[in-house]
Design a protein around this ligand. Structure first.
Ligand code: THU
Length: 156
């Protein structure tokens, strides 16, 4: 038997260290939280996707009284980007979230497993990495690619 260890590496950065484009993407993700429809969880998530022509598209979580029919902010944004701009590459995705008290989470919000798999699909499709920025009031993480977020991912 051989034991294999898999690890995820990411950068922890300060907001002042972000490039102007990254800062715009973060602002878009934060703004998108205000368009969340989340009456059941009270957790408002915003996602912003940066395309290779500089376009930023946003998404937010959209819930449903039949819970599984709701969708996360990340997938809303990625699927919108894929359907509206199918030929553009996604350079980066940023996520932010606010809780029931209305303030942004102190720690970065991290994408659920389903969204990681969906993001990875975009990465495979475009054959280039997607940078992921995770926002929290106290900490911001930057992950170099979706692949980092999902070791041993399912692949057909
Ligand atoms: N949610 C997201 O939008 N993104 C994630 O990565 C995790 C969870 C949403 C789904 C649901 O509307 C609410 O947050 C609470 O789980």
């Amino acid at each position: 038997m051989k034991k294999i260890d898999v690890s995820i590496s990411y950068d922890k950065v300060e907001e002042q260290e972000l490039t102007p484009v990254e800062k715009s993407l973060l602002d878009a993700a934060r703004k998108a939280t205000y368009r969340s429809y989340s009456p059941y969880s009270g957790f408002s998530v915003g996602a912003a996707v940066l395309l290779d022509d500089g376009t930023i598209v946003e998404g937010s979580n959209q819930e449903n009284s039949s819970y599984p029919q709701g969708i996360c902010a990340e997938r809303t944004a990625i699927f919108y980007a894929g359907s509206r701009y199918p030929d553009k590459k996604i350079l980066a995705l940023c996520i932010a979230a606010r809780g029931t008290d209305g303030s942004f989470t102190t720690l970065p919000v991290t994408p659920c497993g389903g969204c990681r798999q969906a993001l990875l699909e975009s990465e495979y499709r475009q054959k280039s990495p997607i940078k992921v920025l995770l926002y929290g009031l106290d900490e911001i993480y930057i992950i170099s690619s979706a692949q980092q977020l999902l070791p041993l991912a399912f692949q057909l």
